[in-house]
Write a protein that binds this ligand. Structure first.
Ligand code: CP
Ligand code: NVA
Length: 305
């Protein structure tokens, strides 16, 4: 059956952990110059309405590794939802492509694309969620800390697609997630409530020092996301107390790791000292995007039959 990956909650806990295991195996195989040809003979359309380094290059490389062909499609080509309806574009794209990856603004647009596409659709980031990033991050946590179960993840900074994806991670896996943001920069409060109602261990607080206390993972992201750069100055003022710096990290677990989805605005949400310091795993995270996305694509092909 065709399945999509628009949110971490599109997979069960076992499927998420199984995808991480597969990604680790694909990482091992790549070091030996091997890769299963799960996309042989297929073209994957990669639609980008926002810029990208990691997502674009890791998807294109991963599709190539899996024996497929990738197409980079920007607003200039299809202008999704403007030149023709999303429903029509989804139906037409499905006649050519084996899979679609999309990065855009509106999450509802991606849901509509997935509803009308007969091929699997992967969310490469919307304003609401960035599931490929957090699944790759869970892989990085497993590699560095041995497991994801019981890990205390503290996110500091802006309430955005990353905070929302961490909420979804806590809905599926036994993590303890603390989101420390300003009251004026909240995560999705609807999603937070839903997660709490389901019994997920997730809290939203405003005290950075309390948030890092005993944390195993310290996570941050840019203060102004793509599409919000006009709010950068206001956000910088609001979020300055949430900067990840050496002083703040004194309260974290001594074995903590520091994570950032990148791109970073060094000197704003994270200092050079921390980003380049011994606890930082930011470039392992970036590498793991490649392995996890290969695993996601291989799984979706398997499920599609
Ligand atoms: N982390 C991430 O998704 O990076 P890009 O915006 O460069 O793709
Ligand atoms: N929150 C950031 C994540 C970038 C990977 C953004 O949406 O721009």
């Amino acid at each position: 059956m065709k399945r999509d990956f628009l949110a971490l909650t599109d997979m069960t806990s076992d499927e998420l952990l199984g995808t991480i295991s597969l990604a680790r195996e694909l990482k091992r195989q790549r070091q030996l110059g091997q890769c299963p040809q799960a996309l042989a003979g297929l073209t994957v359309g990669c639609i980008f309405h926002k810029p990208s380094l990691r997502t674009r290059i890791s998807f294109e490389t991963g599709i190539h590794d899996l024996g497929g062909h990738s197409l980079y499609i920007t607003k200039d080509e299809i202008d999704l939802g403007k030149r023709e309806t999303i429903e029509d574009a989804a139906r037409v794209l499905s006649r050519y492509l084996g899979m679609i990856m999309i990065r855009t603004f509106s999450h509802a647009d991606v849901e509509k694309l997935a509803k009308y596409a007969s091929v699997p659709v992967i969310n490469g980031l919307t304003d609401f969620l960035h599931p490929c990033q957090v699944l790759g991050d869970l892989m990085t946590i497993q590699e560095h800390l041995g497991a994801v179960e019981g890990v205390k993840v503290t996110y500091l900074g802006d309430g955005n697609n990353m905070t929302n994806s961490w909420i979804n991670a806590a809905r599926r896996l036994p993590l303890e997630v603390t989101l420390a943001t300003a009251e004026g920069a909240p995560p999705s409060l609807d999603l937070l409530q839903k997660a709490k109602d389901e019994g997920a261990k997730v809290r939203w607080i405003h005290d950075p020092a309390a948030a890092v206390k005993g944390a195993h993972v310290i996570y941050t992201d840019v203060w102004a996301s793509m599409g919000q750069k006009d709010k950068a100055e206001d956000k910088a003022r609001l979020l300055a107390p949430f900067q990840v710096n050496a002083e703040l990290l004194k309260g974290a677990d001594p074995r903590h790791i520091v994570m950032h989805c990148l791109p970073a605005e060094r000197g704003k949400e994270i200092t050079d000292e921390v980003m380049d310091g011994p606890h930082s795993v930011v470039f392992d995270q970036a590498e793991n995007r490649l392995h996890i996305q290969k695993a996601i694509m291989a799984r979706l092909m398997e499920w599609a039959g």
